[in-house]
Design a protein around this ligand. Structure first.
Ligand code: NAP
Length: 654
């Protein structure tokens, strides 16, 4: 095996020595992210005495939205201790100590997350830290070594973050590929969603590639243009732009049992169809790609004014002074409603189910300059911050949404800790709508936290709903859409100028509208029958060398970042291609029993989670009522299971 991994993020330069004075450092530390601070300094300096028991975060508080787990006294003491450590580091020439041994790293990690039993996370942590510029997730083989004379070409569908990750790794492994993208640029969801206020709800220091980390994110939660630019920067930095065919849509992919290859039919910018031959196809089209229009509402399509979906925002429609209806109050609407409310004449927000709000005071804040300085001058601090978010919003969050069979929460919570979350968020809602009991009641969910996505809020959603020109139409439902507006359940016609659909995506219709035919001419969509399943979200029996990224059961609700799943999935796919090439085969086909057993386990586990157990509308369940979207296990398990394929789980063809 050769290690052909690249050398790390192109967006991180050399760390400069610290020259700041003590007073400057003291001032800088006022803006530090505290949870990763002492762990990062202990790792950097080798001084484990920094991990004082009295300065460990409170584990229960850490599990609560909006809390850093510390008291004010602890915060002051952490800053003082950090100052002393930074002064010593500076005075010693800003030279990092040798990397600590595994026992010490484990101690640091367990301190950071205020937990125990973290040993299985050690190798994962090392990868996530990408410490000192290492990229440990790169392919461990190169095609020139494995199968130099075997032609092998991959068609990747989609140039969103998943497609770019696939292209980068294929390129590193020396495998020929082309990325086919239906729009005119890279970025996927960050290209499509341009609605006002669109931004990521997972901190960017975690929501980014491990191999393309940045220390200079302008925001904790960057707006869409920043993320779109990030995708463009990655595509350019990794030399992928020339490998992408833009404005080209995949119409079908058909497997040949004779040739053991796929024929991929695409339609290019000029409308002409063309056939590409591929040894493997990677679908990187995502789950949240096709808008879900509320076509079941009688009269849908009859409205005579402008009407558009949040993911197809129509900039040519001037909303100023208009009477605008918004249907839906999910993650998208809760971002764009506060933006358009001050602009429109009147805003009618049609809510079917309220969302739980996770208080996030810094949601719209730029990363303070001092904090950026720390990321850029304290080696490892940004990476420990990344790991802390990864844990806290990942496996550390799972306990809060697991069903406790002994707990009777009356349908409103699934466990004692879930009940605590519910109470904290209910108190936040009550506080935000103080003086408006009508809104407080309408916006308080009656389902357990984690049954639907918890939406971050820094007060802007409640403030928007409280405006004089905004009216929340709650619960009663929509009877019809008419040429002039929307008829509510009580028969009132609300006449409006514009309708915006914040109605989400056809998430369970994986890989639509492409036609996909596998072995023996089986049609994938008939095979699935609206109930998409795959092994580890990646492979489907009977569809050799068809690999999905962000496929069935790889979404997360409260825990983690999709970018992480994409990276893990890409590594697994590279492993499968390596398995085929290394064994002289042409293709791999997952065994049906392996796939079925995995899916049964997935279903059992999803039923044990808030989103599976609760009876509430959500895009997490398909039309059969099965959770086909979400990964119910730990992030660690996805990483472990996608490190490398188990050869016995696959039939080799050719
Ligand atoms: P969504 O969460 O599925 O919300 C759709 C909204 O439309 C819901 O309020 C839903 O009501 C309502 N709705 C759907 N069909 C309706 C109908 N026929 N009549 C009345 N109301 C209807 O969609 P989304 O807000 O676009 O978010 C989807 C996902 O995208 C999120 O969960 C998240 O994963 C991702 N996202 C992320 C960000 C971010 O990172 N900041 C931003 C936007 C989206 P019910 O709740 O009753 O079904």
């Amino acid at each position: 095996m050769v290690d052909v991994a690249g050398s790390g993020s192109p967006f991180i330069g050399e760390v400069e020595p610290i020259t700041a004075s003590d007073d400057e450092l003291r001032a800088i530390l006022r803006d530090a992210e505290l949870p990763p601070l002492l762990p990062a300094l202990a790792y950097l300096t080798g001084d484990l005495s920094l991990l004082r028991d009295d300065l460990a975060p409170d584990a229960l508080l850490l599990a609560m939205p909006g809390s850093d787990g510390f008291t004010d006294d602890q915060r002051g003491a952490i800053r003082e201790l950090a100052l002393e450590a930074l002064v010593r580091f500076r005075d010693g020439g800003s030279r990092p100590a040798p990397a600590p041994n595994d026992d010490d790293v484990l101690r640091i990690m367990e301190f950071a997350v205020s937990g125990s039993g973290m040993a299985p996370y050690l190798p994962l942590l090392e990868e996530e830290l990408a410490h000192r510029g290492e990229d440990r997730r790169g392919p461990t083989w190169h095609k020139d070594d494995l199968a130099p004379d075997v032609p092998f070409r991959v068609v990747v569908i989609g140039a969103g973050l998943s497609g770019l990750a696939a292209g980068h790794r294929l390129q590193q492994a020396g495998v020929d590929f082309v990325i086919v993208e239906k729009s005119d640029d890279v970025g996927g969801t960050w290209h499509d969603n341009r609605y006002p206020g669109c931004r990521v709800d997972n901190p960017n220091h975690n929501y980014s590639f491990s191999f393309a980390q940045r220390h200079d994110w302008p925001y904790h939660y960057s707006p869409q243009p920043v993320l779109h630019r990030y995708a463009q920067d990655c595509a350019e930095a990794f030399g992928l732009m020339d490998r992408i065919r833009f404005r080209t849509e995949v119409l079908s992919a058909v497997w040949s049992d004779d040739d053991l290859r796929w024929t991929v039919t695409v339609r290019g910018p000029d409308g002409a169809e063309e056939q590409l031959v591929a040894d493997a196809v990677i679908s990187a089209v995502g789950q949240l790609n096709r808008p879900n229009y509320p076509t079941s509402i009688p009269g849908f399509g009859s409205f005579e004014g402008p009407a558009f979906h949040s993911a197809r925002w129509d900039d040519t429609v001037d909303l100023a002074g208009k009477r605008v209806a918004v249907i839906g109050t999910g993650a998208s609407a809760m971002q764009f409603v506060p933006e358009i409310a001050p602009v429109v004449g009147e805003l009618l927000v049609f809510q079917r189910t309220p969302a739980w709000m996770g208080p996030t005071p810094d949601y719209h804040d730029p990363v303070p300059e001092n904090l950026r300085w720390l990321y850029q001058h304290v080696p490892g601090y940004a990476e420990w911050h990344r790991f802390f978010i990864f844990w806290r919003m990942g496996d550390g969050a799972i306990a809060g949404v697991e069903v406790d069979p002994e707990w009777d929460g009356g349908g409103e919570s699934v466990s004692p800790i879930n009940e605590l979350m519910r109470q904290m968020m209910a108190a936040y809602i009550a506080e935000q709508f103080d003086g408006r009991p009508d809104l407080a009641e309408a916006c308080t969910p009656h389902y357990p936290p984690g049954a639907k996505r918890i939406i971050r809020d820094n007060g802007v959603w409640p403030a928007a709903l409280r405006r004089d020109n905004v009216r929340l139409l709650d619960g009663g439902g929509i009877r019809a859409i008419t040429p002039k507006g929307i008829v509510t359940a009580d028969g009132t016609e609300e006449v409006v100028d514009v309708i915006v659909y914040g109605t989400g995506f056809a998430a369970s219709e994986f890989l639509t509208p492409m036609v996909v035919e596998g072995r023996g001419g089986i049609d994938l969509h008939e095979h699935w029958g609206g109930d998409a399943r795959a092994y580890l979200g990646v492979t489907v029996p009977g569809f050799p060398n068809l690999f999905c990224l962000y496929g069935p059961n790889t979404n997360i609700v409260v825990n983690g970042s999709i970018v992480y799943f994409s990276e893990c999935g890409v590594r697994y796919i590279l492993g499968l291609i390596g398995l085929a090439l290394g064994s002289g085969a042409r293709a791999v086909d997952v065994r049906k029993d392996v796939h079925d057993e995995f899916n049964e386990r997935c279903d059992r586990e999803n039923d044990r989670m808030s989103w599976g157990a609760a009876h509430v509308n959500s895009w997490y369940k398909n039309r059969h009522g099965r959770v086909a979207q979400n990964w119910p296990f730990t992030l660690l398990e996805y990483w472990q299971r996608t490190l490398a394929p188990v050869p016995e789980e696959y039939d080799l063809l050719g």
